[in-house]
Design a protein around this ligand. Structure first.
Ligand SMILES: CSC[C@H]1O[C@H](OP(=O)(O)O)[C@H](O)[C@@H]1O
Ligand SMILES: Nc1ncnc2[nH]cnc12
Length: 284
């Protein structure tokens, strides 16, 4: 099963057949909205709007743990994130697509970015935070949909909700950032812990505030580009979903095998119960 998390400007998936709306409550709280399941081009998928329908949640208010836990409960093995991002590079023109493969964390530490704790410690590998195999498919899907697409790139994940200062924007460029957003890193960490492949279709919507000849970012400008490109974004998902039926060749589904360090004998039963489908393979 494929999961799609829609970001700013993408609050529903057209073309889904056999639609069902599933409201879940998880041990980590409530997801952003009901999950919409259905069939797209013969492939079963589930859609969740990250900020909720009507865009009600700040990037810092999104319950990322509940969102990913719910996906796991529904049997999702691959998550495609669709996000609006600012461009930190001249060549990443607004309207282009980037498939990022790295993140730099500029969140403030207040987000819940792990399922572990409460008596069980796990350290997953995160050197390559997105699934290379899924990202490759997203790259090919974006090209097939006719988008100018950049393979790889570093996504700066800032806290928000205010956009960056000009000095920060210059700093992000100087430390190797290619694009900037407020959501994807937290999601990628949790997807990794949940052993779900995670890949990003990032739509460049603006030049943040570093560019000499382009206006500073505004929500208005972001939504204008997003609306102009939403059909293309959905087209990329359609191509990706078809392609994703093919066999995956990655290790995302077994990252917890050696990551849980806690002595099994001292892990509280209630913690195991709470983690449910995240650890059931290893802590029966
Ligand atoms: C609407 S402007 C800023 C907002 O857009 C991006 O959201 P998402 O990643 O969910 O597409 C960015 O991260 C901010 O949350
Ligand atoms: N410039 C920007 N900064 C942060 N998040 C964004 N999302 C879209 N454009 C952005």
């Amino acid at each position: 099963m494929i999961g799609v998390i829609g970001g700013s400007g993408l609050y529903e998936m057209e073309g889904l057949q056999q639609i069902e709306e599933i409201t879940l409550d998880t041990p980590f709280g409530q997801p952003s909205d009901a999950y919409i399941t259905g069939v797209l081009n013969g492939v079963k998928m589930v859609f969740l709007p990250r900020h909720g329908r009507g865009h009600r949640l700040l990037p810092s208010e999104v319950n990322y743990r509940a969102n990913i836990y719910g996906m796991k409960q529904l049997g999702v093995q691959r998550i495609i994130s669709v996000s609006a991002v600012g461009s930190l590079k001249e060549e990443v023109i607004p309207g282009h697509i980037v498939i990022p493969d790295q993140f730099i964390d500029r969140t403030r530490g207040s987000r819940q970015a792990t399922f572990f704790g409460e008596g069980v410690v796990a350290h997953v590998g995160f050197a390559d935070p997105t699934c290379a195999c899924l990202s490759d498919k997203l790259f090919r899907a974006a090209q097939a949909a006719g988008a100018v697409t950049h393979k790889g790139g570093t996504y700066i994940c800032m806290e928000g909700p205010a956009f960056s200062t000009r000095a920060e924007s210059f700093m992000y460029r100087s430390i190797g950032g290619d694009i900037i957003g407020m959501t994807n890193l937290t999601e990628a960490k949790l997807a990794r812990e949940a052993e779900i492949c995670y890949g990003v279709i990032a739509l460049s919507t603006d030049y943040d505030c570093w560019h000499e000849t382009h206006e500073d970012v505004t929500v208005e400008a972001i939504l204008e580009i997003m609306h102009k490109n939403v059909v293309m974004a959905k087209e990329i998902i359609r191509h990706a979903v078809q392609d994703s039926v093919l066999e995956q060749n990655c290790s995302c589904s077994s990252v917890l095998q050696y990551a849980i360090i806690t002595d099994r004998a001292v892990i509280p039963a209630e913690t195991i119960a709470k983690l449910g489908p995240i650890v059931s393979k290893y802590l029966p």
